[in-house]
Ligand binder design. Structure first.
Ligand code: ADP
Length: 186
C-alpha cells in the first residue's frame, strides 16, 4: 500500500528489511551499538562485518548511541547504501517518555539519512519486539511523527527529502495495523 504525502511516497510493505531495496535502512539497535537479536542481528548477519567495524568507531568517538538518537554506518553487503542505527525506548508502561523517544527515533533517523544523501528510507517497527512497545501504540506514534514531519516540510523545490518512507512490517499484525492507520490518514 502506498500514499503520497506532500510529495513523499509513504509505503507499507511486509517482509524482511535486509532485503528491501532502498537507500537507507533503519536498524532497531541498542545503545551499545554492538549488535543484538531481532532485526539488529539480521542486519549485521546480512550486511557483514563492515557494519560492526563502523559501529566500533562510533563507540570510540561518542560512546554509543542514546535512546531516541540515530547514527549512520555503511550498509556493507546489503542492497541499501547506508544503515541508520537508532535506539528505541524499552516500554515500561508508557509513563517514561516512551512515545516522545520513539517519535524521536523516526525523526532523527530521517534527518541523519537525508544529511547522508539518502532519499529513500525504510523502517522496521522499532521497539515492538524485544523492547515490548505495544504494536498499535507504536504504529500510531511512528506514523504521526513521520506524517507530521512530511506535512509541515516546506521544500519549495523538487529536492524533497525523503522521497520515500517505507514501513517494513515483519509480522502480519503490524502490517494490518499500519495499513489501517495509513488508510485513515489518506
Ligand atoms: P526492539 O528491541 O526495538 O524491540 P526487535 O528487533 O526485537 O527490536 O523488534 C523490532 C521489530 O522488528 C519487531 O516488530 C520485529 O518483528 C521486527 N523484525 C525482526 N526481524 C526483522 C527483519 N528481518 N526485517 C524487518 N523487521 C524485523
Amino acid at each position: 500500500m502506498e500514499s503520497m504525502i506532500n510529495g513523499t511516497a509513504v509505503k507499507i510493505v511486509r517482509g524482511d528489511i535486509t532485503r528491501y531495496e532502498t537507500d537507507a535502512i533503519v536498524n532497531a539497535a541498542n545503545s551499545s551499538l554492538l549488535g543484538g537479536g531481532g532485526v539488529d542481528g539480521a542486519i549485521h548477519r546480512a550486511g557483514g562485518p563492515a557494519i560492526l567495524a563502523e559501529c566500533h568507531k562510533i563507540r570510540d568517538r561518542q560512546g554509543g548511541c542514546d535512546t531516541g538518537d540515530a547514527v549512520v554506518t555503511t550498509a556493507g553487503r546489503l542492497p541499501a547504501k547506508i544503515v541508520v542505527h537508532t535506539v528505541g525506548p524499552v516500554y515500561r508502561g508508557g509513563q517514561d517518555r516512551e512515545e516522545e523517544l520513539l517519535k524521536s527515533c523516526y525523526l532523527r533517523s530521517i534527518e541523519e539519512a537525508c544529511a547522508a544523501g539518502a532519499q529513500r528510507i525504510a523502517f522496521p517497527n522499532i521497539s515492538t519486539g524485544i523492547y515490548g512497545y505495544p504494536k498499535e501504540a507504536a504504529a500510531k506514534a511512528a506514523l504521526s511523527a513521520v506524517l507530521d514531519l512530511l506535512r509541515t516540510s516546506t521544500n519549495g523545490n523538487d529536492e524533497v527529502c525523503p522521497q520515500e518512507v517505507a514501513f517494513v512490517c515483519y509480522d502480519e499484525e503490524n502490517e494490518r495495523i499500519y495499513r489501517q492507520l495509513l488508510e485513515q490518514e489518506s
